[in-house]
Design a protein around this ligand. Structure first.
Ligand code: GDP
Ligand code: MG
Length: 708
């Protein structure tokens, strides 16, 4: 009678649950924003009116009310875990057990599973143990256990599971005390267990015990952090009642990734050993445990699992201190129930996200696979591929060098070629200007106009005094040009060094998938750039020569500047003819200039001043020409490089590099082969994962239809 009532009750509950979950899955993304704590508050912490569920865990299928579709989802998640989707960066909702060494982690799992796990002092758990408890699918009376690790499946039994786990641990992490992050999966199918999947991790220890590696703490923390960092993880923090919680390493670690504790649940073990003050400890909550505390007492010594539960129940019922703790916070059955609920919540919450992530990752892998080079089967294909590669390199370079489009290197400012070249050109122009107008030179040292006067005297001829010889002007001009002629040459080197970097980089990137091309592409880049560099240097020499050999400009700026500068002659003469003590005056464009020494010279000063002002006015034009024509030249040179030289040089380097160059393209490089294999694996895995998920969704939909 009571039983059938129970079934009625459960059926209703299951159907309601499905409705609820369906809503949750479809509205999942929105739902996710909701704080998990709030969800757990309203769903998990609510008093369950079905007491049988809590009390008689041994007889009734433990979680018969555990609704079907959550089971399907959990199965799907377990299957994904088995497929190891985490290696594709897909995080799965997981309950992870952490705790300091000997805090009782394995004992808690043992209590939940009703089996014996390796247990004891020191470090027993040396690799992650993924424990999958399956109660609801399993109706046979004989429990079935097996281990999966390193691609193997090993059948075992309740009696031997401990030995089997130790053997597997030794196989993975060696006989010593070392640890490994390579997991063992233990599947327990037994009708009295909850449907729960949890990961037991090695306990944290600061001090290595005999035989443990020095860096054991770092190794173990690394494994633990890897598991507890993803926000999809629920942290089951196992704390011994005998210690001060804030001093626990495991609390420090879980707080590092979950400050507010919204995904941390605490299990307090060894309640029997330290009942004093336990109630205060769990109600004070000094350590921010968002999902609450459950105090338990695990199996001690040789007790059977059933005896242990009875002992636990009477401990919390009868002990004068422990019986004060609210019943919703004590006992393995409460813990099991709470975990199942939390698990269903995180799975429901993460499921839509997981589907999305798998889809995105699949699309990405497919895209990468498509962008790998095709396998070339014959010479025609090889030739086509070669032509395409050269074409695309040319394309990239012309975008970068000529058009200033840098969509292929958006994050690398050094590839914004026109901008970088313009900068270098500005620096070049400034350098020319700086070296030629020696403003400070005349301020104190009585040198103003002295060069001009000396040249005038050397070029003196027999003739009328008011015609100064042209050679005076050209001598001074050449002298000035000689002083700066190194600058344009240096500039050409700077520019081509820079361009060489760009060309090499683009050609290297283009031959990335065909390493066979790499060396010829590099040589091609080399000889292309040195050819262009030589041509540019020749141009610069010729350009400077032209300036030396003739003086001409059609630019009216010359006359304008000269006329303007000549107006200062009056000022100069005024100072020279007077007898002021102050003989320092402002003369454009030189600034403050000492002129007193010129009183010793007569008409020569007029000529020298005139020549200086002509040179100054003309020099502006010369610099402009040196900058402008070099800029134009380089621009042309770049387009020649791309459209006239490049293909020829590349073909010459490639074909000329030895016999069978094209044939060599037919062999796929091991790098590409590896990449292809990895991407194919990834695609296969992700497609399989998608199938697992969509099958789970189908089953849930069917269940919903059958129910209604
Ligand atoms: P782990 O290193 O965290 O996995 O800890 P174990 O589960 O191996 O437990 C360490 C020791 O504490 C073992 O000797 C257990 O028997 C003991 N232990 C665990 N839980 C309890 C408990 O609730 N009460 C008592 N008295 N001892 C416990
Ligand atoms: Mg352990």
């Amino acid at each position: 009678m009571e039983r059938s009532g129970g079934v009625e009750h459960q059926k209703k509950k299951t159907a309601g649950g499905v409705e609820h979950q369906k809503k949750k899955i479809t509205g999942g993304v929105k739902h996710q924003e909701k704080n998990i704590m709030a969800v757990v508050d309203e769903e998990a912490l609510g008093k369950d009116e079905d007491n049988r569920f809590v009390k008689s865990i041994d007889n009734v299928p433990f979680f018969s009310q555990f609704n079907d579709h959550i089971r399907h989802l959990l199965d799907a998640v377990d299957r994904l875990r088995e497929l190891n989707v985490s290696k594709e960066g897909i995080k799965l909702p997981t309950i992870v057990v952490v705790g300091d060494q000997s805090s009782g982690k394995s004992s808690v799992l043992e209590s939940l599973a009703g089996i014996s796990l390796p247990r004891g002092q020191g470090i027993c758990t040396r690799v992650p143990l993924i424990m999958r408890l399956q109660g609801s699918h399993y109706y046979s009376s004989e429990p079935q256990l097996h281990l999966e690790y390193q691609g193997k499946t090993v059948q075992t039994s309740e009696e031997e599971v401990s030995i089997a786990i130790n053997a597997a641990t030794e196989e993975i992490a060696g006989k010593q005390k070392g640890v490994s992050d390579n997991p063992i999966t233990l599947v327990v199918k037994k009708k009295s267990v909850p449907d729960l999947t949890m990961v037991d991790l090695p306990g944290i220890t600061r001090v290595p015990v005999l035989g443990q590696p020095e860096d054991i703490y770092e190794q173990i923390s690394k494994i633990i952090m890897e598991y507890i960092t993803p926000k999809e993880t629920i942290i089951l923090n196992v704390l011994s009642a005998t210690v001060d919680f804030p001093t626990c390493e495991s609390i420090r670690m879980s707080q590092a990734v979950d400050k507010s504790g919204e995904r941390t649940l605490a299990v307090v073990t060894k309640s029997d050993k330290a009942p004093e003050g336990l109630l205060e400890k769990v109600t004070a909550d000094d350590v921010n445990i968002g999902l609450g505390y459950v105090c338990v007492r695990n199996r001690i010594g040789d007790e059977s699992y059933e005896e242990a539960r009875e002992e636990e129940a009477s401990l919390f019922d009868l002990h004068p201190l422990l019986s004060m703790i609210d019943k919703s916070m004590v006992g393995i059955p409460v813990l099991a129930e709470r975990l199942v609920k939390i698990q269903s919540i995180i799975i429901g919450k993460c499921f839509p996200e997981t589907i999305k992530n798998i889809d995105a990752k699949l699309a990405q892998s497919l895209q990468q696979l498509r962008s790998l080079p095709r396998k070339l089967n014959n010479l025609t294909e090889a030739m086509t591929a070669f032509v395409q590669i050269v074409g695309s390199a040319k394309d990239s370079l012309s975008k970068l060098l000529l058009r200033g489009e840098f969509d292929e290197y958006p994050d690398d400012a050094s590839m914004y070629c026109p901008a970088r070249m313009a900068e270098k050109l500005n620096a070049y122009s400034e350098e020319l200007g700086r070296r030629s107008s020696s403003a400070e030179e005349f301020s104190d040292n009585r040198r103003f106009l002295m060069d001009e006067i000396a040249v005038l005297r050397n070029n003196a001829k027999i003739g009328l005094p008011n015609f100064f010889p042209r050679s005076t002007f050209t001598t001074l001009l050449r002298r000035k040009l000689n002083e700066v002629s190194g600058i344009p040459l240096d500039f050409v080197h700077t520019i081509w060094n820079y361009l060489e970097g760009v060309v090499v980089r683009v050609l290297t990137a283009r031959s990335e998938n065909y390493p066979q091309l790499l060396s010829s592409f590099r040589r091609a880049a080399d000889s292309l750039v040195s050819k262009m560099r030589e041509e540019s240097l020749a141009f610069v020499r010729e350009m400077v020569d032209m300036e030396k050999n003739a003086d001409y400009t059609s630019n009216p700026e010359y006359i304008n500047t000269w006329t303007n500068l000549m107006t200062q002659m009056q000022t100069l003469k005024g100072v020279l003819s007077g007898n002021n003590a102050e003989t320092k005056i402002e003369i454009r464009p030189f600034g403050q200039v000492e002129v007193g020494h010129l009183r010793l010279f007569g008409a020569e000063v007029d000529e020298a001043f005139d020549i200086k002002m002509r040179i100054t006015a003309y020099w502006k034009i010369v610099i402009l020409r040196l900058v402008d024509s070099l800029a134009l030249y380089l621009q042309t040179s770049l387009s020649n490089l791309l459209y006239k030289e490049m293909e020829e040089v590349i073909v010459k380097e490639f074909v000329g590099s030895g016999n069978g160059s094209l044939e060599r393209l037919l062999f796929e490089s091991p790098d590409v082969a590896r990449k292809r294999a990895r991407l194919n694996d990834s695609v296969k895995l992700l497609k399989e994962s998608k199938l697992v998920l969509s099958n789970a969704m189908d089953r849930i939909e069917n269940a919903v239809e059958n129910d209604s």
